[in-house]
Design a protein around this ligand. Structure first.
Ligand code: CA
Length: 225
């Protein structure tokens, strides 16, 4: 499964440049241009890694870092324009895993990202449970109410995408991006077929969390425990 990175950086040129570089080396990359949006995307998308600029409008990088750290163990790499000793210490003190001083080379950020992800390795949360469904992205095991079901890799990727974005209306195009990567050349009809089969598997327990939103796409609504 491809790693996903969330880039929180207010300077569009730098954000764009990092996104392109991460995508070139096989990551899925999303960008937020302010701290508040960054937090929302981090909560909704559960990225494997966050690249966070220190100087942001509104909520600054340090505040965002502290909030994220209270909520998850997601690895965070801070970008800082100031190279002072105090900033470096403070950056790591807020719970960041590493930092890169601007101006930097995009390849340096990617190298740090790989190193951090290697370091956290298996401690990254790979098991998700929602509405009686549990998926383990390491073993690819899926259970519904404790009962194992067999899914194809496409069905698994779609279910993982749904479970990481509950209650959101996802267009077929967005689902393809989330499950298979932006540059994946899939027909939207193929997605419908995969979802049809996925629904049959999930529906055995007498409930159907995947809803059709006519003219828009699909929505995953987990049943409340
Ligand atoms: Ca900035």
């Amino acid at each position: 499964m491809r790693h996903s990175v969330l880039i929180i950086e207010d300077e569009p040129r730098i954000a764009r440049w990092l996104k392109v570089r991460f995508e070139q080396v096989g990551y899925r990359a999303e960008v937020a241009h302010d701290g508040r949006t960054g937090l929302t995307l981090a909560r909704a998308g559960r990225p494997d890694l966050i690249v966070l600029d220190l100087m942001l409008p509104g909520l600054d990088g340090m505040q965002v870092c502290r909030i994220l750290r209270r909520e998850s163990a997601v690895p965070i790499i801070m970008l800082t324009a100031r190279g002072t000793h105090a900033d470096r210490i403070a950056g790591l003190d807020c719970g960041a895993d590493d930092y890169v001083v601007k101006p930097f080379d995009a390849d340096e950020v990617v190298a740090r990202a790989k190193a951090v992800l290697r370091r956290v390795g298996d401690t990254v949360q790979r098991v998700l449970t929602l509405g009686g469904i549990t998926i383990d992205e390491t073993t690819r095991r899926v259970t519904v109410e404790g009962r194992t079901i067999e899914l194809s890799s496409a069905q698994f990727a779609l279910l993982a995408a749904f479970m990481r974005h509950p209650h959101q209306v996802l267009s077929r195009e967005r689902l393809i991006g989330l499950a298979f990567g932006e540059d994946f050349d899939a027909y939207e009809r193929a997605v419908d077929n995969h979802i049809l089969r996925l629904r049959k598997q999930l529906g055995v327990a007498g409930r159907q969390p995947i809803q059709t939103v006519y003219g828009a796409g699909y929505r995953f609504v987990p049943e409340q425990a």
